[in-house]
Write a protein that binds this ligand. Structure first.
Ligand code: ARG
Length: 365
């Protein structure tokens, strides 16, 4: 048993696969407002996702776990909490939690360090508890593991722009993009905030997306915390940026899959070009509609999980994405996963790589 992973592509040995049990449409809070009247959750309402949906998602998650195990990868599962219960700190209270499906939102492994993210939603403040039984067992088993947690955020009103959502949603797309470019989204810079899923790991280089969940102070905290790495804060032209793994997905040294709808800033493209990295525009998703009860987009098609250099899991109905990766020289492992999407995303969103073989390399020398 060893905790260790430096990038998104080395041979996967041990992974956590999330669970759908109890996933809840969050009660309103400054960071998120849910409004899905057609699916039974009108503005201001909240509660667990329907049981049939939860059962279907768990079936696909269990099948995915079996596919990974059949390839000799150790799979662990989190312990879901009662996510429908209210939570509080001395400074605020919140009427619900969220879930235990998207594990890499909360945790990231960088080398032999397992780092718990700050998170920026009050409904997700306690989510790490679903993963603590596993983390404690890893800490007991691996004497070389570093176990770190970023400063627990306060998440008072000062961490959020007042009245953000109503105002932002009323803006035309171009003005929303101008706000994204200016880094003026829901989070203020009152304290460091980041979700782990805004980090894409390429050895010595870590690309961290400024998003609705990650602020500039959060990126600065990561930079100071990881002095051996080059931590790049990056912005994509995405009106609702959150989590880098359906926007910018490194597949192997020298190759990154990129969402064409969300252009990258010039500096980032130049940095890749200068180091002979190729940026490939991901195939158009087969589905046009986003998943129900979800903040995710059809671009979950590119939310792939690399099992080893040259082998990649892709959602089974996304034929164009599978064909593109096949042409790029990958063995493609199809995994039916669309029923999981409402619970927080695709194959990459559902998995935390606890151990990949390999060492720290500089891919941008
Ligand atoms: N925001 C992404 C989208 O465009 C979804 C990413 C979800 N990733 C995650 N780790 N939860 O659909």
């Amino acid at each position: 048993m060893k905790v260790g992973s430096w990038n998104e592509w080395d041979p996967l040995k041990h992974v956590i696969v999330g669970r759908a049990d109890g996933t809840t449409v969050q009660a309103p809070e400054p960071a998120v407002v849910r409004n899905w009247p057609e699916d039974g959750f009108a503005l201001g309402t909240y509660g667990p996702l329907p049981e049939e949906m939860t059962a279907a998602a768990n079936e696909q998650l269990d099948d995915f776990a079996r596919i990974l195990e059949a390839r000799g990868i150790r799979v662990d599962r989190p312990r879901p909490l009662d996510f429908s219960r209210p939570v509080a700190t001395p400074e605020w209270s919140q009427k619900s939690m969220f879930g235990a499906m998207p594990v890499p939102d909360v945790l990231v492994v960088i080398g032999n360090e397992l780092l718990e993210a700050t998170m920026s939603f009050r409904s997700r403040w306690f989510e790490y508890l679903a993963h603590r039984p596993l983390i404690e067992s890893y800490f007991r088993a691996d004497p070389g593991m570093r176990w770190e947690a970023a400063p627990k955020p306060r998440l008072t009103e000062a961490s959020y722009r007042p009245g953000f959502w109503g105002e932002y949603e009323a803006l035309p797309y171009e003005e929303q993009i101008a706000r994204v470019r200016a880094g003026e989204l829901v989070l203020t810079e009152a304290e460091p905030l980041f979700d782990a899923a805004d980090i894409a790991r390429c050895g010595k280089d870590l690309f961290v997306q400024r998003s609705l969940a990650t602020n500039t102070a959060g990126i600065r905290w990561l930079r100071q915390h990881l002095p051996e790495h080059r931590v790049h804060g990056v912005t994509f032209e995405n009106a609702h940026p959150v989590h880098i793994d359906a926007t910018w997905v490194p597949l192997r040294p020298g190759l990154v899959l990129h969402c064409a709808e969300r252009p990258a800033e010039r500096e980032l493209l130049q940095y890749l070009k200068a180091n002979d990295w190729q940026v490939v525009q991901a195939a158009t998703p087969g589905r046009q509609a986003p998943p129900p009860l979800s903040a995710c987009s059809p671009w979950l098609s590119m939310n792939v999980l690399v099992l080893a250099p040259g082998t990649v899991c892709v959602e089974a109905s996304e034929t164009a994405q599978m064909e593109q990766l096949d042409r790029l020289g990958f063995e493609v492992v199809p995994v039916a996963f669309w029923d999981v999407a409402p619970f927080g995303g695709g194959l990459h969103c559902a998995t935390l790589d606890v151990h990949r073989e390999g060492t720290l390399e500089d891919y941008f020398p």
